[in-house]
Design a binder for this molecule. Structure first.
Ligand code: EPU
Length: 788
C-alpha cells in the first residue's frame, strides 16, 4: 500500500528521479544521515497526516528531534503522534515552521505551499520525504522491499520475522501494522532497517540498501513513467546501489529478467530453479501451508495466516531474506504463522462458499483503492462495498480522490459522514462522495443516509459469489456484522429450499404488495413445493423465528419497519400448478385466482368467473375468504390442503371447515398448500359474458392506481365505499396516500407513499365515520410489521 497523501499528479511537478528538491531552494546539511540520526534538531513536516509522512514523524520523534507538522486535515495518526510529542497545525502557516532547521515535505504538497515558499525564500533546508527516509536508513544496514504489489505486507512480515529473530530491526512501512505496533519505529539496538520502497514516483532509486527484495515489476504509475522500460531503469538503479544481496521473485517475469544474471541474486518462488522454492502449496480458506526447499534441500513447512497465493510468494521472499541473515527456519516459520492482519484490516466476518464478508477500516482513497484491489483479487464474483466517510474535513478535502477510489467495486452504498470529533460542515454529506463517484463514471452507486439501513440496502443486493466489504474508520462495521448474523440463518434457509428455491435478505415488501408500501422482510423465502414449505415451518418453530406467509400482497398493508423473521412466499414449482379434472380445478397456493377463472373458461366450467376480479393468489383468497360480485371463495371451494404448525399435511373438505365473511380462521396458524374449486359445466358464451361483466364492473367502479383493494369490511348498515363517499372523504389525502376518487373504499398510492401515511388516512376515515355516523369501521386489509 502506498503512503497516503502521495498524489502522483502533484508529484509530477516535483523534480523526478534525481532525488533533489526544487532547484535553488537547498542548503542541505552536509551529512544528512548524521543530521537525522546523530544530532537533534527542530524539524517541520509539511503534509504530516499522510501515512508515509506520519512514519517519518514517528521516526524523528523517536530519534529525539523536536518535530512539528502541518496538514489540511487531521487524522487518527496525527492524533496519535500529538500524544507522542508532535506539534500539529491543521493548516500550512509559515510561522509554524520558522524555528525548524529543516523542512521535510510530502510529494503531495504543491510547490507553492506557503511553508515551502517561505522556506525557499529564507534559504532553509528542504528535503522530500523519500530523501529523509533514505538518509535515516543510511545509518543502518538497510533492507528495501520494492515492487508494485505487496510491499506493505512483505515489509511488515520482514520486520516482524527479524524482530522475532532477535535482530531488533527498525522499520518503516506504508500503513499501520498492529503486529508491529506502529508504521515506523527506530530501534537503537539493532543493525537493520526494513523499509518499504515507493516506486510510484521514482524515489525508490534514492536508497542505498544492503539488501533489496523485489516482489514484482509491471506497468504501473504510467502517469509518471513513460513505459515499462522507464520503470525497470529505476529498479536497475536500486539494484546497482544494493551492496549485498538482491532477492527476487522468480515467477515474476520482469523481476526475473532484471535479476536473473546478477551474481548477488537470490531467487525465490514456485519455480524449481529458485534458490528458495515453495512446494506442495495448499490454500485453504484464509490460511496457506507450504513446504520450503533450499536448493533442493527441505527446510520445513510454513503456515501462513494471511490470504492468497500472492502472500505465499511474499512470505517466501521473507523466508529467503531471513534465512540469509542467519535466522533458523523453525524460528522464521514460527513467526510467520503468528503474522496476521489486524482487526478491521481485511478482517473476515463471515466466510462460506457463497458469501465472504470482510471489514476494513480503510478511510483514505489510497487505502480504499488498495483494499478493493485485494478484495477483487480474492476471486469472488462481485465486490459490494459499504462505505462510511470519516470526518467532514477529509470528506471535503479529498472528495475528488474518493470519487476515483471505487473502480474495483461492482456496487457501492455510501452512508453519511462519521464526524469523529468534528462538527458538521454545511453541505458535506455522503452524497458529495456519491456525486463524485458517479461523475467518475461508476454506474452502481447509491446513497443511504440512514446508517442503520445500510445493511438492508447491501444485504438485499446479495447474490451467491459476492464479497461484501465494509470500509471506514467509524462504525460501519456494525452494519456488516448485522448482515453476517442474518446470513447464518439465510444460508440454512437456502439449504432447506434447495437450488430451485429462493432466499433473500431484507427484501422490500413494497415490491410484493399491490399498494407498493412496506419495509423489508428480514428473510424472504420462496419454497417451490410442499415438502420444503413443511421443512421451513419446522425450522422456524425450532429456531423460534416468526413465520409469515404472503401471496400477491393484494390485501396487505406492511408497516415501514418491515416484517421480522421469515416471510414465506410459496410460488413457482408445485405452488403455481392448476389441474382440471371434470368440474373440479385443483390449484396451488401460489396460483392466481384469475388463472383459476380462466382455467375454468378453457375447460367449460362456469361459476368461477367472479374470481377474475380478485387480484390475489389462491392462498390469499382462502385466508381472507375473498369475495367479489356478491360471491365469496368458499362458495366454490370443496377441499383445502394445508400444513399445520409442525409441518404436518392435512386435507379437509368444505363441510369440515369453519368459514366467515372475509375470514377463514384455520389459516391463522396453518398454511394453505392447495385448494380444489368446483364449478359447473356451462356454455362458453355464458362464461365469457360473466367474465366480461366482472371486468366491466372493476373497470367502471374501481381505481386502476396502486391499492390494496377494499380497505374496510362492509359494515351491516352500508357498504364502506358508499359511507366514505357520503362522508365526503373521497380524494382526501395524507402525504402520497389518497382516498380514491373512483371508489371510497380504496386508498391509492400516488407514488412513494409510506405505510405511516396510509395508516394515518385510515385512522382519519375511521374517526370521521365514528364521529359523524356512529359506525365502527373495521379494516379488511391485513396490517402487519413493525413501525418504521
Ligand atoms: N359506492 C358508492 N361510492 C363509492 C363506492 C361504492 O356509492 O365510492 C356504492 C356503489 O355504488 C354500490 C355500493 O356502494 O352501490 C357497493 O359498492 P361495490 O359494488 O363497488 O362493492 P363493494 O362492496 O364496495 C365489494 C368487495 C370488492 C369487490 C366488489 C365487486 C368488499 C369489502 N369489497 O366491494 O372486493 O371487488 O365488491 O364485486 O366486500 C376487496 O375485497 O378488496 C374488494 C375490492
Amino acid at each position: 500500500m502506498k503512503p497516503v497523501s502521495e498524489d502522483r499528479r502533484v508529484t509530477a511537478q516535483a523534480p523526478q528521479q534525481t532525488g533533489s528538491a526544487p532547484a535553488g531552494i537547498r542548503t542541505l546539511p552536509p551529512d544528512l544521515p548524521a543530521f537525522f540520526t546523530r544530532e537533534q534538531h527542530p524539524i517541520h513536516l509539511v503534509g504530516v497526516a499522510g501515512s508515509g509522512m506520519s512514519g517519518i514523524a514517528a521516526l524523528l520523534i523517536e530519534l529525539g528531534h523536536t518535530v512539528s507538522g502541518s496538514d489540511k486535515v487531521s487524522t487518527m495518526e496525527t492524533d496519535r503522534l500529538q500524544r507522542l510529542g508532535l506539534r500539529f497545525r491543521e493548516q500550512h502557516r509559515p510561522e509554524d515552521a520558522d524555528s525548524a532547521d529543516l523542512i521535510v515535505f510530502s510529494s503531495a504538497i504543491k510547490i507553492d505551499n506557503p511553508i515551502l515558499v517561505s522556506a525557499r525564500d529564507s534559504g532553509k533546508a528542504i528535503v522530500r520525504r523519500a530523501e529523509a527516509l533514505a538518509a535515516i536508513m543510511r545509518s543502518k544496514r538497510g533492507i528495501v522491499i520494492a515492487g508494485m504489489h505487496g510491499k506493505t505486507t512483505t515489509s511488515a512480515m520482514t520486520a516482524h520475522v527479524l524482530r522475532e529473530g532477535g535482530l531488533h530491526p527498525s522499520h518503516y512501512v506504508g500503513a499501520e501494522i498492529p503486529i508491529l505496533g506502529t508504521n515506523a519505529h527506530w530501534d537503537p539496538r539493532g543493525a537493520y532497517f526494513v523499509a518499504e520502497g515507493d516506486e510510484s514516483d521514482g524515489t525508490v532509486a534514492l536508497f542505498h540498501p544492503e539488501h533489496t527484495l523485489i516482489l514484482n515489476i509491471e506497468e504501473e504509475h504510467l502517469d509518471f513513467y513513460a513505459d515499462l522500460d522507464a520503470i525497470e531503469k529505476v529498479f536497475a538503479q536500486l539494484i546497482t546501489q544494493t551492496a549485498g544481496k538482491v532477492f527476487y521473485n522468480i515467477d515474476d517475469k520482469n523481476a526475473a529478467r532484471l535479476c536473473r544474471s546478477l551474481t548477488c541474486a537470490i531467487a525465490y518462488g514456485f519455480d524449481e530453479a529458485a534458490d528458495y522454492c515453495a512446494v506442495d502449496i495448499r490454500l485453504k480458506d484464509f490460511a496457506s501451508t507450504f513446504r520450503v526447499n533450499h536448493r533442493g534441500q527441505p527446510l520445513g513447512e510454513a503456515v501462513l495466516n494471511v490470504p492468497g497465493q500472492h502472500n505465499v510468494h511474499n512470505a517466501l521472499g521473507v523466508i529467503a531474506l531471513a534465512s540469509e541473515l542467519g535466522i533458523p527456519f523453525e524460528k522464521i516459520a514460527k513467526s510467520l504463522a503468528k503474522f496476521e492482519h489486524a482487526r478491521r484490516r481485511f478482517e473476515i466476518k463471515y466466510d462460506s462458499p457463497r458469501f465472504l464478508l470482510v471489514d476494513d477500516y480503510g478511510h483514505h482513497p489510497t487505502e480504499i483503492r488498495a483494499t478493493l484491489r485485494t478484495a477483487r483479487s480474492v476471486g469472488r464474483k462481485r465486490v459490494l462495498t459499504l462505505f462510511q466517510p470519516h470526518r467532514y474535513s477529509r470528506t471535503k478535502a479529498l472528495r475528488k480522490e474518493f470519487g476515483c477510489a471505487f473502480d474495483d467495486a461492482d456496487r457501492v452504498v455510501v452512508t453519511d459522514v462519521y464526524g469523529s470529533s468534528e462538527a458538521p460542515i454545511p453541505g458535506v454529506t455522503g452524497q458529495i462522495i456519491v456525486d463524485e463517484i458517479v461523475a467518475h463514471g461508476h454506474h452502481s452507486v447509491s446513497y443511504e443516509p440512514r446508517l442503520d439501513w445500510v445493511h438492508r440496502a447491501v444485504g438485499n443486493m446479495l447474490e451467491s459469489g459476492d464479497l461484501v466489504l465494509s470500509l471506514g474508520a467509524g462504525n460501519i462495521h456494525e452494519q456488516l456484522s448485522a448482515i453476517a448474523a442474518d446470513l447464518v440463518i439465510a444460508e440454512k434457509l437456502k439449504e432447506i429450499v434447495g437450488e430451485n428455491g429462493e432466499v433473500r435478505l431484507y427484501e422490500p415488501l413494497s415490491k410484493h404488495t399491490t399498494l407498493r408500501v412496506g419495509g423489508p422482510a428480514q428473510f424472504w423465502v420462496e419454497p417451490r413445493n410442499e415438502k420444503t414449505f413443511a421443512a421451513l415451518i419446522r425450522f422456524c418453530r425450532d429456531e423460534s423465528l416468526p413465520l409469515f406467509v404472503i401471496g400477491r400482497g393484494s390485501n396487505l398493508l406492511v408497516r415501514d419497519g418491515g416484517v421480522r423473521g421469515v416471510v414465506v412466499h410459496p410460488c413457482g414449482g408445485d405452488f403455481d400448478k392448476i389441474e382440471v379434472k371434470g368440474a373440479e380445478i385443483t390449484a396451488g397456493a401460489g396460483a392466481k385466482l384469475k388463472e383459476v377463472a380462466y382455467a375454468g373458461k378453457a375447460a367449460g366450467i362456469g361459476g368461477l368467473e367472479w374470481l377474475e376480479g380478485i387480484p390475489g393468489t389462491v392462498g390469499g383468497g382462502l385466508r381472507m375468504n375473498a369475495g367479489a360480485m356478491g360471491a365469496q371463495t368458499f362458495e366454490n371451494v370443496t377441499r383445502v390442503r394445508y400444513l399445520d404448525a409442525n409441518g404436518g399435511v392435512h386435507t379437509k373438505t368444505r363441510d369440515e371447515l369453519e368459514v366467515y365473511y372475509r375470514n377463514f380462521p384455520l389459516l391463522e396458524k396453518n398454511f394453505a398448500v392447495s385448494a380444489v374449486f368446483r364449478g359447473q359445466p356451462a356454455p362458453l358464451e355464458e362464461i365469457v359474458r360473466k367474465l366480461e361483466a366482472s371486468q366491466e364492473k372493476r373497470r367502471t367502479s374501481q381505481p386502476a392506481a396502486k391499492s390494496a383493494g377494499c380497505i374496510f369490511k362492509n359494515p351491516d348498515s352500508c357498504p364502506a365505499g358508499k359511507l366514505v363517499d357520503e362522508l365526503g372523504l373521497k380524494n382526501s389525502s395524507v402525504g402520497k396516500a389518497r382516498v380514491s376518487k373512483v371508489h371510497g373504499n380504496f386508498i391509492v398510492n400516488d407514488g412513494g407513499a409510506t405505510a405511516a401515511e396510509v395508516l394515518e388516512l385510515i385512522e382519519k376515515i375511521k374517526a370521521t365515520a365514528r364521529a359523524k355516523r356512529g359506525i365502527e369501521l373495521e379494516t379488511e386489509v391485513q396490517i402487519v410489521g413493525e413501525p418504521g
